[in-house]
Design a protein around this ligand. Structure first.
Ligand SMILES: *Cc1c(COP(=O)(O)O)cnc(C)c1O
Length: 380
């Protein structure tokens, strides 16, 4: 299919398979992979990446909310899907009719699920979340056993998993994560002492997959997110995984203009040409997720050369200085993120300019920017 949008993101499907294989080889064949595809697969496109994750052996898909789960079902995905953030009572009906599994931290919600499931003659799988130190959703450790005893009384509920989430697994200092792990293990032991047999135990995010060996702890599922997309969870974390970013964000030059030294550009006149320049306008702006915070800071790649973005980034457009690019022409490709020739702009680089993390850069690329999938160098 031809892509007629001047601004789009290419997603490298082979890189995704490669990253899945890297994770598989690290965690081994006995450990299930719960592919974290929340937030539209961190901006990469939920449905398509779910299909690829399952082809590459993912056991389950993690989504950010019920709507994402339903979108997968409506697109023919029949694998287990786990709604990671929990649900509200008015979502119970839709969860059951679409056969979604849910993370649970509230008895009221399980009760509502049980009542509706019984009426519909269905079963619901739940995963119980324990707060071992993240301080976000989850049951506090002392309440886990009584909670499970109560839940076990409810009809049409299947306790399929328990999980916890790490706050600082990316840090070199592992003490807090070790502490979280030991609380989780203690709960797992206590539960089996009470006669509960919970099939799935999971707590490893990307950082823990890199820093620990899941098999050492008998946790039988892992939850990779950012490493699926080829980024590391933090700058200073160096793992043994060989990861490839999936995204190349592209646009084209719309206009070229000779700009005399001293002329100002864009809103606010924050940039004055320091020399006689060739300035190109490109059709990408903050409405596409090219943040205004990047104004006069970001670099882009044109014909294998790194060049600066100049002047305030507008809603739908911005300018770049292409004076040093030989034979530059209207229609030439501009790379905002990803590789171009020998050069590369990483999500980490852009994140560094904005004081944030690669996760946010992937998620902020706008909905109106089409995602185009590439396999073996060919657009599909
Ligand atoms: C997002 C998320 C993950 C994945 O985190 P990464 O750092 O991207 O690997 C795992 N578990 C839970 C509960 C999450 O919300």
């Amino acid at each position: 299919m031809m892509n007629h949008h001047p601004t789009y993101v290419e997603i490298d499907i082979d890189a995704f398979s490669h990253n899945m294989l890297q994770i598989r080889s690290k965690v081994g064949n006995e450990t299930g992979i719960l592919a974290m595809l929340k937030a539209d697969a961190y901006g990469h496109g939920l449905v398509r990446l779910a299909e690829e994750a399952l082809k590459n052996g993912a056991a389950m898909i993690g989504v950010g909310n019920v709507e994402e789960g339903i979108k997968l079902r409506e697109n023919g995905i029949s694998s287990p899907i786990l709604v990671m953030v929990g649900i509200f009572e008015d979502e119970v009906d839709r969860v059951i009719s679409h056969n979604l599994s849910v993370v649970i931290y509230s008895y009221r919600i399980v009760e509502a699920l049980s009542n509706t499931a019984e009426k519909k003659g269905k079963d619901v799988s739940i995963h119980i979340k324990i707060d071992t130190g993240m301080g976000r959703i989850g049951i506090i450790p002392d309440e886990v056993v009584p909670f499970l005893r109560k839940v076990a009384e409810l009809k049409n509920i299947s306790i399929q998993g328990i999980l916890t989430h790490f706050a600082v697994a990316y840090e070199k200092d592992s003490r807090f994560t070790d502490h979280q792990i030991s609380i989780f293990k203690e709960i797992v032991n206590r539960l089996s002492g009470e006669g509960f047999h919970i099939p799935l135990l999971h707590c490893f995010n990307s950082a823990a997959i890199i820093n620990y060996q899941a098999s050492h702890f008998n946790f039988n599922m892992v939850r990779p997110g950012i490493i699926l997309y080829g980024s590391l969870p933090s700058y200073d974390l160096k793992g043994d995984l060989d990861l490839k970013p999936l995204m190349t964000w592209k646009t084209r030059i719309a206009q070229l203009k000779n700009t005399p030294r001293g002329k100002s550009l864009s809103y606010g006149r924050t940039y004055f040409a320091p020399r006689d320049s060739i300035i190109a306008t490109i059709p990408v702006g903050y409405a596409d997720g090219y943040s205004r915070f990047l104004s006069n800071r970001a670099k882009v790649i044109v014909k294998g050369k790194r060049v600066p973005q100049v002047g305030r980034i507008c809603m739908d457009m911005c300018m770049i200085d292409v004076t040093d690019v030989p034979d530059v022409k209207v229609g030439d490709e501009v790379i905002l993120l990803g590789k171009g020739g020998e050069e590369e702009i990483t999500a980490e680089e852009i994140a560094g300019l904005m004081g944030t993390i690669s996760y946010e850069i992937y998620c902020m690329i706008g909905k109106r920017v089409p995602r185009v999938y590439v396999r073996k160098g060919r657009v599909e």
